[in-house]
Ligand binder design. Structure first.
Ligand code: TYD
Ligand code: MG
Length: 445
């Protein structure tokens, strides 16, 4: 079988990018191009896409096997099929499952009885040429390809899932998308360490890369964009996997709060900001005296390098020495977040665990920690605090405002502004009340 020549390939890549054939044009004379966008009708997905699917664009949806990609895309197919004008339809091409298996899933999602059942056409096919042929002649508005690792191009040697097949399959689908103005969504399986070579090599080709995350045995799912040519990469979508597919949560900002009534040592609630959406998340820490060897540092959902830095600052600047302790830090609900604003809550959770003393009084904490043990302001403080107040929190420990600005006032919330990590630890833990709500010895003395 003949591989495409370099010239053919570049010409094709250029066509796929939609670049004009002519020479260079001045920036000032380039017209604004309209972006025809159709909402999928699933608000959490639309928000991550930046308002809907763009005709002619290629989106890669990655995630671990079993996380819910096929479910999400079948629901998205139904959304598009339901919203499209009469005659519009969606092609769902699966190399993973047989048509009856897809029917079974559709039944579970309640899609069989509605009008959309007629507007989603299924093909169990793994040869890209066939899929492109059907799409090219029958013109759906959306093509879903599940998954790119099962697809092959007949002219190419090598098994499905090999880098060559994955790349060439994706290139053919890009041609289809750009040439016909059809939106194409590719599913790609990715393992936890992202080690599956296939989809990674596609990230720079496609217009948007979304990933569906979560813990397989817990029900919360997070959708994020790591790349989006037609929207922001800040927004996240929050879903819950239920009996009938992925559901939107009525109140996503409280989804990542563990529910225990009594404050526990090692637990601190952080008002994080994911794009424009404030989400409250519980940071959990456990420290235990290391028995032998180098102490362990285990971080789940937070950056391990950031944790190492916080441990050093806690020891040197705040009198919370953990150099001979094993340390475990975790964000509840399987969320992962890497904003610096999590520094303070992580540090306070560690201090709280070391002292075995809970942070009392419905408290949230937020702030970036500097190497000198100082606290730095975080963006969107007022928005975060309003959300905390709405969810019933009564006290917030925040960085002292920079010169010239002021700490926001939020009804129902006592805002404690502190300049240093040491001050924050005192504010959080010196409530003169022990972990179990009994008066601490200091109070008796
Ligand atoms: P699936 O979409 O097949 O995952 P992927 O395509 O990413 O491999 O989803 C797999 C899991 O989701 C499976 O364990 C069953 C569960 N599930 C539900 O809990 N509810 C549902 O309505 C559906 C369709 C699946
Ligand atoms: Mg699947």
């Amino acid at each position: 079988m003949r591989e495409p020549t370099r010239a053919e390939r570049t010409g094709r890549d250029r066509a796929a990018l939609g670049a004009p054939d002519g020479g260079a044009v001045p920036l000032s004379s380039i017209q604004e191009a309209p972006v025809p966008r159709s909402p999928v009708g699933i608000p959490e997905l639309d928000r991550v896409l930046g308002g809907g699917l763009v005709a002619g664009s290629v989106v890669l949806v990655g995630g671990e096997p079993g996380i819910g990609k096929s479910t999400l895309l079948l629901q998205a197919a139904a959304g598009v099929a339901g919203a499209t004008a009469s005659g519009g339809w969606v092609l769902y091409a699966s190399g993973e499952e047989s048509a009856p298996q897809i029917r079974l899933r559709s039944a579970r999602l309640g899609l069989l009885d509605g009008p959309v059942a007629g507007a989603i056409r299924v093909v169990a096919e793994s040869e890209i040429g066939r899929i492109a042929e059907i799409a090219g002649s029958e013109r759906p508005v959306l093509v879903v390809v599940d998954s790119i690792q099962t697809m092959t191009v007949a002219e190419l040697e090598g098994p499905a899932g090999s880098v060559g097949q994955v790349r060439e399959s994706a290139l053919r689908l890009m041609e289809l998308a750009k040439g016909e103005g059809i939106a194409v969504v590719l599913v790609g399986h990715v393992t936890k360490d992202g080690s599956l070579a296939g989809p990674k090599t596609l990230e720079h080709l496609v217009d948007a890369v979304l990933s569906l995350e979560g813990e397989r045995y817990a029900s919360l799912r997070l959708l994020r964009a790591s790349k989006n040519r037609f929207g922001s990469t800040e927004e996240i979508g929050v879903f819950e996997m239920g009996e009938a597919g992925l559901m939107e949560l009525a109140d996503p900002s409280r989804a990542f709060l563990a529910d225990h009534e009594v404050p526990a040592p090692g637990s601190v609630v952080a008002p994080t900001l994911e794009g424009s959406r404030p989400i409250l998340v519980e940071v959990q820490a456990l420290v235990a005296r290391a028995v032998y060897g180098t102490p362990r540092r285990t971080a789940s959902g937070v950056d391990p390098n950031r944790l190492a830095l916080l441990l050093a600052v806690l020891g040197r600047r705040a009198g919370v020495g953990l150099s001979s302790h094993d340390v475990y830090v975790n964000l509840a609900g399987g969320l992962s977040a890497d904003e610096p604003a999590l520094d303070l809550p992580v540090a306070l959770a560690l201090a709280s665990s070391l002292r075995d003393q809970a942070v009392q009084g419905r408290t949230v904490a937020v702030g970036e920690v500097g190497l000198l043990g100082e606290l730095r302001a975080v963006p969107g403080l007022e928005r975060r605090l309003r959300e905390a107040a709405r969810l019933g929190f009564e006290r917030a420990i925040v960085p002292a405002p920079a010169r010239g600005s002021r700490t926001p006032e939020v009804g129902g919330l006592r805002v404690v502004a502190v300049g240093s990590l040491r001050g924050a630890v005192e504010a959080a833990l010196d409530e003169r009340v022990g972990a179990r709500g009994e008066p601490a010895p200091a109070m008796l003395g």
